[in-house]
Design a protein around this ligand. Structure first.
Ligand SMILES: COc1ccc2nc(C(=O)O)sc2c1
Length: 227
């Protein structure tokens, strides 16, 4: 998989060399390119934004630098991902779908966002996904991109050491994960649930499923499909 990120803050992504993604890059499982949008400006001030048509507060990112930057990166097999508070929810299902794709290009907006014509133009030519990581607003797309890259990259074969560990996580089966415990068996008067010490794998599996359902009903009833 190749990831390309376009941003006015390329230094923001220096951290991508740490943790599992760093190992995946070193192993050649994932290639990452970070690109400064300002390298695609041609005025003395390297201008990337301007005032919004129709008035209003803030600035809008100009389409020309984005066009030049994305033309240089996108291929017919790319997926262009545009983080936006107005986007579709980024979910584990999205992460799984994107983890098997060959080339992801992230367009990190700032200010009030990117001129709409950029999404419209590329939607005619390639797959574009406008995605939000949650019902809150960030200052730009960089944090959302980092979150999405971590959620996606960890699902790419060869990135996580033990693929088994990916199968019993929250949202992987549509439910929240069960509570986990480790030694000591007793801590500050709190005991590990006895079933987990029983050695009865069937009973442990049943208990864990019940815990998942109870947690999901209590915390995220929206995740439980309506009949
Ligand atoms: C201007 O670019 C932005 C601004 C806010 C924002 N908020 C996101 C979110 O997923 O919550 S993505 C995003 C991109």
């Amino acid at each position: 998989m190749r990831l390309d990120i376009v941003t006015i803050f390329p230094e923001f992504f220096g951290v991508l060399d740490v943790s599992l993604l760093g190992r995946a890059r070193a192993a050649g499982v994932i290639e990452v390119g970070v690109h400064d949008l300002r390298d695609h400006t041609h005025d003395r001030h390297r201008t990337v934004d301007d005032t919004p048509y129709g008035g209003g507060a803030g600035m809008v990112m100009k389409p020309e630098p984005w066009g030049e930057a994305l033309d240089a990166l996108l291929t017919p097999r790319s997926v262009l991902i545009v983080p936006s508070p107005a986007g579709h929810p980024f979910t584990q299902r999205q992460a799984r779908e994107l983890a098997v794709r060959e080339h992801l290009v992230f367009a990190c907006g700032r200010y009030e966002g990117i001129d709409q014509r950029v999404v419209d133009h590329y939607s005619e030519r390639t797959e574009v996904r406008v995605l939000s990581i949650g019902d809150y607003v960030l200052n730009g797309g960089e944090v959302a991109t980092m979150a999405m890259i971590e959620a996606i990259a960890r699902l790419v074969p060869g990135v996580v050491g033990n693929p088994e560990s990916l199968t019993e996580e929250s949202h992987e089966d549509g439910l929240l994960e069960y509570p986990s415990y480790t030694k000591p068996a007793s801590w500050r008067g709190l005991e590990v649930p006895p079933v987990l010490l029983s050695g009865n794998h069937g009973a442990v599996a049943d208990w864990r499923r019940e815990q998942q359902l109870a947690r999901t009903r209590a915390i995220r009833p929206d995740l439980i499909e309506k009949p």
